[in-house]
Design a binder for this molecule. Structure first.
Ligand code: HEM
Length: 114
């Protein structure tokens, strides 16, 4: 990842993969190819994939049945309020109310999971 992109993003985004957070925080998602599922599924290749398809991960039926193909628009909408976008999901994340944060997140995810 480019340093310029990194420095432009809020710190909380790096809870996802920054090694500095690994010892202090539980990891919810991994982003790289071949990395394991954690509390949440590995997100490598999420763009263009249907919801609920990460290999070996035990999703809620709500997440699977959503049936959305994750693209930038869907991920932008989802992260405003995940429990509203997928009622019944077990993803315990309040969401990001600011559009800029969600845009930054989608940009970051695209870079980190493709
Ligand atoms: C900005 C932070 C986060 C991002 C970008 C993110 C992204 C995602 C995405 C895209 C999915 C759907 C995966 C799929 O359909 O294959 C998902 C599911 C999930 N996430 Fe997150 N997530 C975040 C934060 C969290 C946090 C903080 C937790 C834990 C507390 C968490 C736990 C989960 C779980 C358990 C699922 C599976 C949901 C289900 O089966 O209902 N995520 N996440």
């Amino acid at each position: 990842m480019h340093l310029s992109l990194r420095s432009a993003l809020p710190t909380w985004l790096f809870k996802l993969q920054d090694p500095r957070f690994k010892t202090r925080r539980a990891q919810y998602h991994t982003l790289g190819a071949g990395e394991p599922n954690k509390v949440g599924p590995n997100l490598h290749g999420i763009f263009g994939r249907k919801s609920g398809q990460a290999e070996g991960y035990s999703y809620t039926t709500a997440n699977v049945n959503k049936g959305v193909t994750w693209d930038g628009t869907a991920l932008f909408e989802y992260h405003e309020n995940p429990k509203k976008y997928i009622p019944g999901t077990k993803m315990a994340f309040a969401g990001l109310k600011r559009e800029k944060d969600r845009n930054d997140l989608v940009t970051y995810l695209k870079e980190a999971t493709t």
